[in-house]
Each structure stands twice: as structure tokens, then as C-alpha cells.
Ligand binder design. Sequence first.
Ligand SMILES: [Cu+2]
Length: 250
Amino acid sequence: MKFATLLGLALVAQTVSAHYIFNTLIAGSKTSSKAVRKPLNNSPVHDYTGSEITCNLNPSKAQETVTVNAGDTIGFKVDAALYHKGPVAIYLGKAPGSAANWNGSGKNWFKTRALICCAISPPAAGSTFNPFSFSSQNKDKFKTTIPKSVPSGEYLVRIEQAGLHLTGTPEFFVSCAQIKVVNGGKGNPSKVSIPGYIPKNDPSVMVNIYDPVPTAYTCPGPSVYRGSAGLYSSIFSDNAQYWSGLDSLY
Ligand SMILES: [Cu+2]
């Protein structure tokens, strides 16, 4: 009994240590941990229909809002390389006023990138999904570019990863950071609310990628807003150190 309890605790400790927090914003040539609303801990969020899916559960206030040009790099570093398998996406949410005063509610969000959401690595024509893999795995930096057509103003930038190893119980790792986009354009991306962006029981997050191994997969959430000039610049600015590839390769 006692041994079983200790073993149980050891397993819990091991599980927790395998989790992670997106704790540093990458914005242009700058990085900032102060611009991030820090999650309380590295435990995942499970309820993608609740308010904690927006920017995690009771995150700390951020201490700064970082100015960045439209067209510049945006992304996050994580405190430990991604251990779980699952899609990563980056969203921008237009604050009604200052980013610091917005909790992320409302239909204000659009996806700027789904980073190798669903690919065998390397992708090959006719490849199967067995083993099912995400090239986010073991990476610790995730970035894209802000499409040049994104309007100037203050935004929350949000990253999420959904770990897909438990049927019906996705593990979401989510952080938000505050940015001010300058020199923006006149784009008008269609927007979603978070929560609300993933329907309840959506197969994209209910799946267990180990059992049964999927034969097809579609990323959660809306399609990516690429803007007028965002698409190719964001693809070709990537390198092996970060990411390569497209949303929805299959
Ligand atoms: Cu986990």
C-alpha cells in the first residue's frame, strides 16, 4: 500500500515535470518574459469551452506590452521542449483598447499560423499516419510573422498546443502576451472567439493519436489568416531551428 502510494506520487511527479510553459515572447528582434501573462503552473487546461482556454487559468499580469512592426516575427519560447505530441497554433486577438486591460473575451481572434499541425516528418506523398507525429515535438521555439496587412493596434498574441494522448481529454498548454503592432495594414481577418473556436467534442482534440492511430487529421480552430503578403514570407523565413511547413499538409 505504502509502496503503491509512493509509486503513484513518483508517477505524478514525473508527469508534471514533463509539462511546460510558454514563458517568453519573441517579437521582432526582441524577447520578453515580462510581456507574457504567466500561467500559474505547467499543468494543462482541459476544458476548451471554458474561459481558461483563452489565456490559461488565472495567469499573472504582464508587466509590459512590446511594440512590433507588422511583418515582423512573432512567437514564443517554451521552458522545456515539447514533450507531448499535438498541434501548435498562434493566434492574434485585437484588443478593444489596451492589451493590458483586455481579458481576451469576444470574437476578436484570428489564427496567424498552425505550425506543422499534422504532419509526418518528413512529409512524403503516400505516407501513412503510423506512427502519427508532429514536428513540434522536442522543439522549444515557435514563430511566425505578423502578416503585413494586420491593422496597427494592441493585441494579445496567444500560443496553444494540444496534447492528444488521452481520448476525450486533450491537454492544452496556453499562454498570452501583450504586443502593440505598428506600421500595420488594412486587412480584415475573419475572427472567432476563444472559447468558441473549437466546438464541443470536436474530433481534432478528442482524438487519442495512439489508439487507434488516425488515418487523417484536421487541425482544431479556424483556418489561418495569411494576409496579402504574409504567406510566403512566413514560410521561407523559417528554418530548421524553428519550423518549416504549412498548415494542413494533408
Ligand atoms: Cu501531460
